[in-house]
Design a protein around this ligand. Structure first.
Ligand code: SF4
Length: 707
């Protein structure tokens, strides 16, 4: 029987809609959904080849116990697997307390999966030790929005790209990482030849090729650039004084700071000409509509929160927010990092943008869930969670739908932590990830075309995802596994309300509970339902009861969700990168993305066509740095620092300044003799967002001569 099912691409946060065509429970094709507002039928190479990831060759299909010393897997039943897991968790919790267990989950999960994981940890067990790979991807954007605009809500929409007169791309490379967003930028340029595009990136990236002005700033000097631009805006009378007065606070304190960021001073900090800073500020400030697009370059930094605040300041100072074509717009990395943020899926967040530090919010959620309390102490964030696993403070971890043995920085420490842990559960669709080697228990989860629920993309747009295929083998939906486990664990822990805590028979009942938790909050979706998402199509939040459509643009009235209704300027100062280059570690290694691959390649790495562009890991270097080391394109080089090393082939590439090298973060132990770029990446974290500085590491590079 033939059918066509609406779903979303499971790769990036653009959140493109797709149509999955099936015949007799087999995928026969995938195409862009012409009715989906995110992509209007377009797909990039990754989305267009999703059908080629359907074969089950690399899938995890049965629950298995693993003897870690030998890697030998033995198949067990779901009952036996979940009984064992619940028993081990209950024993550890009884002996060492709720904070001795942790959950490390993923922006690839559906919002419903995320919701029940969060409720299991914070509600049933009573630990906030639930963090996700979104900590590596978006937590500085969350903290940046909260510090300045009051809540974690990206104010813009993709429609703004087409209305912008200036597009400022900072620390993002949408040409390869968010290709459908880049198509909108190309459309905007085609429709308006006067559109100005500024790209700030230490490397001349693919996106910089379309720029009118490329600012190849020194790694980590983003705040200096933004403060320098604000200095120019103030000096040249380009600040919207009326907007600043009526709708913001804290401007004068920041204006005092940026007096010390003249274009000449900033030129020295950023390594670019002063005239370029002045030009960027003039274009931004004089434009009718300036839009910023930013991603991991600003976010994966030891001062990522202030990087985000710095760029948001430019919008507040010029009133370039809350109107068509204007505003700060963080591009989400993971397909459903936004959904995770909505249900409070980080160790320091709570459901529906509630604040864990707020006792009234904790009491509200405890009442809502029917549990005695929600613990006050923030849980461990990703990097600290694995450090605590190594010291034994956390004894058991449940990892779902993510691959920390490749994606976290300072891999030697992460792998040692997994090795040391008393008990590691891995819930995965794929059997081929590096983390699988460290698991005691493997639980097969459904993958992309089999999943159902809802996801939210970068522009706050919620899409209903419908299963196109039945679960293969014995795989189960992530939410089903969590609910089954929670009921078993609750009985073992003799939780007084366990019979009522996880009553869900389907994903829709979880969505409905999540929906109710948003009532009266900034992201209120009480007007939505599965039926409405199916009849109206994807909708942006907020969508409160009585609404007929979602909200395209936030803060149009200049009122912000802060105590006084005003947005806040934050006193931000230039800070160096966590790693400084030295004579021993003279090269700044930058990590980035390739057009045809996604994260750790557990999916894209199985599609031969996606290796057409580059078929092996390559380290891009400046020709002078290569000559200095007697390296030629194609030679093998050793890249090392105190955290680790890797051996990789080098390639001379244009667009890099001397002293900078670049490598994609996708390649891991499936393709290399090391965990890849994250072997040497820094685990220094931002003090507010706790996001590690994955983008930059100081390394030595030397020629590797093999016998
Ligand atoms: Fe769209 Fe991103 Fe998927 Fe490409 S990878 S099709 S841009 S969601």
């Amino acid at each position: 029987m033939k059918s066509t099912v609406k779903s979303t691409c499971c790769y990036c946060g653009v959140g493109c809609g797709i149509l999955i065509e099936t015949e007799n429970k087999r995928i026969t094709g995938v195409r862009g959904d012409p009715d989906h507002p995110a992509n209007r039928g377009r797909l990039c190479t990754k989305g267009a080849t999703l059908d080629q990831t359907a074969p089950l060759t690399y899938r995890l299909l049965t629950p298995s116990k693993v003897l870690r010393s030998t890697g030998k897997r033995s198949q067990i039943s779901w009952d036996a697997a979940l009984d064992e897991a619940a028993t081990r968790f209950a024993e550890i919790i009884r002996a060492h307390g709720p904070d001795s267990v942790a959950f490390y989950i993923s922006g690839q999960l559906m919002t419903e999966d995320y919701y029940v994981f969060n409720k299991l940890a914070k509600g049933l067990i009573g630990t906030n030790n639930v963090d996700t790979n979104s900590r590596l991807c978006m937590s500085s954007a969350v903290a940046g929005y909260k510090q300045t605009l009051g809540v974690d809500a990206p104010p813009c929409s993709y429609a703004d790209i087409l209305q912008a007169k200036v597009i400022f791309i900072a620390g993002a490379n949408p040409a390869v990482a968010h290709p459908i967003v880049f198509r909108y930028i190309e459309d905007a340029r085609a429709a308006n030849p006067d559109l100005k595009i500024i790209v700030a990136d230490p490397r001349r990236s693919e996106s910089a090729e379309i720029a009118d002005l490329h600012l190849p700033i020194k790694p980590g000097s983003d705040i200096a650039l933004f403060n320098g631009m604000l200095h120019v805006l103030i000096n040249e009378g380009l600040v919207d004084r009326a907007y600043v007065e009526a709708h913001t606070s804290g401007f004068d304190a920041l204006a005092d700071i940026v007096k010390n960021y003249s274009p000449e001073q900033v030129a020295a900090l950023c390594g670019i000409p002063a005239e370029a800073i002045v030009q960027a500020a003039r274009w931004f400030g004089a434009s009718e509509a300036s839009l910023s697009l930013y991603c991991q370059g600003l976010i994966q930094s030891a001062h990522g929160t202030h990087n985000n605040a710095g760029i948001i300041h430019l919008h507040l100072a010029t009133g370039q927010i809350g109107k068509p074509g204007a505003g700060p717009f963080s591009l989400t990395g993971q397909p459903n990092a936004m959904g995770g943020r909505e249900v409070g899926g980080l160790s320091n967040l709570m459901s529906a943008h509630r604040d864990l530090a707020n006792p009234a919010h904790r009491a509200e959620m405890a009442r809502f869930w029917g549990v005695p309390f929600v613990p006050a102490n923030p849980g461990k964030s990703a990097v600290d969670l694995f450090k605590a696993l190594k010291t034994g403070e956390i004894k058991a971890v449940w990892i779902a739908c993510t691959n920390p043995a490749q994606s976290l920085p300072n891999q030697a420490e992460v792998r040692a932590a997994l090795q040391t842990a008393e008990y590691v559960m891995l819930q995965e669709a794929y059997a081929n990830t590096d983390t699988a080697a460290y698991a005691d228990l493997l639980l097969p989860a459904t993958g992309w075309a089999e999943k159902h629920g809802t996801v939210t993309n970068s522009e706050r747009c919620i899409t209903r995802v419908v299963s196109a295929l039945p679960a293969p083998g014995e795989a189960r939906h992530d939410w089903e596994i969590v609910v089954d486990f929670a009921q078993r664990l609750g009985k073992k822990l003799q939780h007084p309300n366990i019979d009522n805590l996880f009553p869900y028979s389907d994903a829709e009942s979880i969505f409905n509970e999540h929906r109710e938790s948003t009532r009266g909050r900034d992201l209120d979706i009480t007007g939505l339902s599965y039926a409405k998402l199916e009849s109206l199509g994807p909708q942006q939040w907020p969508f409160p009861e009585g609404a007929t459509r979602g909200k395209t643009r936030l803060y149009e009235e200049g009122i912000f969700p802060t105590a006084d209704g005003k947005a806040r300027f934050v006193a931000v100062e230039h800070l160096p990168t966590a790693d400084s280059t030295t004579p021993e570690l003279p090269i700044s290694l930058l990590s980035g993305r390739m057009r045809d691959h996604w994260h750790g390649m557990s999916r894209t790495g199985t599609v031969p066509r996606l290796f057409n562009l580059e078929d092996e890991p390559l380290l891009a270097m400046h020709p002078c740095d290569m000559r200095h080391r007697n390296l030629e394109s194609g030679d093998l080089a050793r890249v090392a620092n105190a955290r680790g090393e890797m051996t990789v082939r080098v390639a001379e590439r244009p667009g890099l300044q001397r002293g900078r090298a670049w490598m994609p973060m996708h390649w891991g132990s499936q393709f290399m003799n090391s965990p890849g770029a994250n072997a040497v990446a820094s685990d220094a974290t931002d003090p507010y967002s706790l996001q590690p500085e994955l983008k930059h590491a100081a390394v030595q590079i030397s020629k590797c001569t093999l016998p």
